[in-house]
Design a protein around this ligand. Structure first.
Ligand SMILES: Cc1ncc(COP(=O)(O)O)c(C=O)c1O
Length: 365
């Protein structure tokens, strides 16, 4: 973790810091692996919400971006990145319908997720009369039980509604979010592939041409990248976080982003950091201890958070930071953490630092 030993002096904490060399290494490593497998990489940009990092992924060979909201798509389109897949069942009514249409007119290659007949009908109405046919991808539930049609026949039903609504069905996608437990990645990846293949075959039997078979999460980015899968969409892999390290999805040095905090109070049994829930989030799966890993202090646990306080259990005899010391914390889940900051402090390989905006911050809908 020597990267975090050369933090710029005078950082105003709490601060979100990224190490450019690690970001580039993460982007290149996965891109090379997907290149070997002949599978496209369409990273989910909700992790970083940054035009700079998106460009770096595209320069490394990514085919385009995945986003989770219309708002994120609008930000990237405005920056000139128009090969976008909104991997979400957008419910296009009212202002969302008007925004979707405006976005589609700027980004005609746009792809949108759909998992219901009603959702398809609204998308069709939203883009009616616009040139071309909006591409949609049917979401299949691989076992996470979040969104996505539950079985192949429902996929055909939604696809038929999409076609009747004037949309172009181009394939199927899944998100293996049930991989977020130790030891679950192998089976979740296999679930994704199976669900996608079943969905794709049902669509083909129903007369649809399936050119996109899109899987992925960070834990399943390798286990689902096989067979008929044409594209994967991990997001977290590029910045990394504590839960991905514990899950074994990324190496230790794959953590490219930290929250930097200052010790503001010390007590016999604990120390207090100026990073609380409004820097680290309260995201903590039941298989993780604490709200992030403090670099250089492996035995310390961030036990409690209030908005601006992080309370670290520090029993006697355990190495602990001193009052005023600046520490780096690898958050449990980097995606929501990024959305809490206006900007990244980016550490460049020459030792200098730059300020990079979190361009799509707050674009949650
Ligand atoms: C639809 C979809 N695709 C891809 C991803 C990226 O997965 P991860 O955050 O594990 O990298 C997500 C994350 O929630 C998602 O919802």
């Amino acid at each position: 973790m020597e990267t975090w030993e050369r933090l710029p002096v005078g950082l105003d904490t709490p601060a979100l810091v990224v190490d450019l060399a690690r970001v580039e290494a993460n982007a290149r490593r996965l891109q090379a692996e997907m290149g070997r497998r002949g599978i496209a990489l369409r990273p989910h940009a909700k992790t970083h919400k940054s035009v700079r990092i998106a460009r770096l992924q595209l320069d490394a060979g990514a085919t385009g971006l995945t986003v989770g909201t219309l708002g994120e798509a609008e930000v990237f389109a405005t920056a000139g990145i128009v090969d976008l897949f909104i991997a979400y069942p957008v419910w296009a009514v009212g202002p969302k319908a008007a925004r979707l249409r405006a976005l589609y007119e700027r980004a005609p290659g746009l792809r949108v997720g759909v998992d219901s007949v009603g959702g398809a009908e609204h998308l069709g109405v939203a883009v009616r009369g616009a040139p071309g046919r909006l591409a949609v991808i049917i979401e299949i539930d691989p076992g996470q039980h979040r969104t996505g049609v539950p079985d192949p026949s429902s996929a055909v039903e939604v696809a038929a509604a999409a076609r009747s609504a004037g949309l172009e069905v181009i394939g199927v996608f899944s998100h293996g979010g049930h991989s977020y437990r130790p030891g679950a990645a192998e089976a979740a990846g296999a679930d994704e592939v199976r669900a996608l293949v079943d969905g794709a075959e049902a669509l083909e039997a129903g007369g649809f041409e399936v050119s996109v078979v899109s899987a992925g999460s960070t834990p399943t980015m390798l286990t689902a990248a096989t067979g008929r899968v044409t594209e994967i969409r991990p997001g977290t892999y590029v910045l990394g976080d504590h839960q991905q390290v514990v899950l074994g999805a990324i190496p230790d040095d794959g953590c490219a982003a930290v929250v930097v905090a200052t010790v503001v109070s010390v007590f016999p049994d604990r120390v207090a950091l100026d990073a609380g829930a409004k820097s680290l989030t309260k995201d903590r799966p039941d298989w993780l201890d604490g709200y992030g890993a403090i670099v250089g202090y492996p035995d310390l646990v961030i036990e409690r958070l209030s908005d601006y306080h992080g309370i670290v259990r520090a029993p006697e005899g355990v190495s602990r930071p001193a009052l005023g010391e600046v520490v780096a914390i690898v958050p449990n889940h980097i995606c929501p953490v990024v959305d809490l900051f206006d900007d990244f402090t980016a550490l460049l390989p020459d030792g200098s630092a730059e300020r990079w905006l979190v361009d799509a911050r707050g674009r949650s809908g």
